[in-house]
Design a protein around this ligand. Structure first.
Ligand SMILES: NC(=O)c1ccc[n+]([C@@H]2O[C@H](COP(=O)([O-])OP(=O)(O)OC[C@H]3O[C@@H](n4cnc5c(N)ncnc54)[C@H](OP(=O)(O)O)[C@@H]3O)[C@@H](O)[C@H]2O)c1
Length: 238
């Protein structure tokens, strides 16, 4: 996919991976970026580039999402990056699970459905869902988050088939741990958000359906293909 002349919308643009994605798309030469944040005034100052247009979208609020779809009629690449992880075990459900599903699942799903007609009107375009390698294997300390990302993985696969007829590509991104607010306090090796964003952009240019943007996600993905039960047992300890 050629990125020049594309109009990109990135949700969660003030977050670690979201900010890095905005920078990476600018470097790749896109025409325009809608940098979407949940609240006004939270965009980093570094987005002084004239191609960046701030928008406010609370993805968990359907009326906010529908308003955005009307206000951004020229979008050709929708990047659903916004997400939350409350670090909750399944025994903390249903409150944590409900909050995570509201954002990660229903919020992202409503962005896909609201922008599908926009993308169709703009020759098909592309949806990029930032999921997680934890969609593929559950980590009990984050059990509710893993369940929400597993649901988003399924939605991503389903959307790929659903929107194929209108020429919309649907891409899933499956990072391992990345050094952002979401993993603050976790003493584990983490990828840099800039590296993840570069891999996402490269994956789009290479027409990949799935992107594993760091060493950990690549290793886990290969491990799952070789012996899924062994990987499940390994993650069950965390
Ligand atoms: N960091 C990791 O290790 C990792 C690994 C795999 C996948 N991911 C995924 O990567 C994505 C980005 O996360 P991150 O690591 O960059 O974390 P982050 O720095 O916490 O960024 C999350 C972003 O999502 C936004 N957001 C949360 N709820 C929202 C809502 N209702 N409407 C609109 N925006 C909302 C946040 O906005 P506010 O700041 O205003 O709350 C923030 O901009 C998430 O989907 C996450 O699940 C992260």
């Amino acid at each position: 996919m050629e990125l020049r002349d594309q109009v990109v919308l990135v949700t969660g643009a003030n977050g670690g991976i979201g900010s890095a994605l905005v920078s990476a798309f600018l470097t790749a030469g896109v025409k325009k970026i809608y940098a979407a944040t949940k609240k006004t005034g939270t965009l980093p100052g570094l987005f002084s580039d004239q191609r960046v247009t701030p928008v406010v979208i609370d993805i968990a609020n359907p009326s906010s999402v529908n308003t955005a779809a009307q206000a951004c009629p020229d979008v050709t690449i929708l990047v659903n990056n916004a997400g939350i992880n409350l670090g909750s075990s399944l025994l903390d459900a249903p409150i944590s699970a409900r909050m995570e599903f509201d954002v990660n699942v229903f919020g992202t799903l409503s962005m896909c459905t609201a922008f599908a007609p926009v993308l169709k009107a703009n020759s098909g375009g592309c949806i990029v869902n930032v999921i997680s390698i934890l969609a593929m294997v559950s980590m009990p300390s984050n059990g509710t988050y893993c369940a929400s990302k597993a649901a988003l993985h399924s939605i991503t696969q389903g959307m790929r088939g659903t929107l194929a007829g209108q020429g919309t590509r649907v891409v899933g991104i499956y990072p391992g741990p990345v050094a952002t607010r979401l993993t603050e306090g976790l003493e584990i090796p983490k990828a840099a958000p800039t590296k993840v964003a570069e891999e996402v952009v490269a994956g789009l240019m290479d027409d990949c359906d799935e992107v594993y943007p760091d060493d950990m996600s690549k290793n886990v993905s290969q491990g799952l293909a070789a012996n899924a039960k062994a990987v499940e047992q390994q993650f069950a300890a965390f």
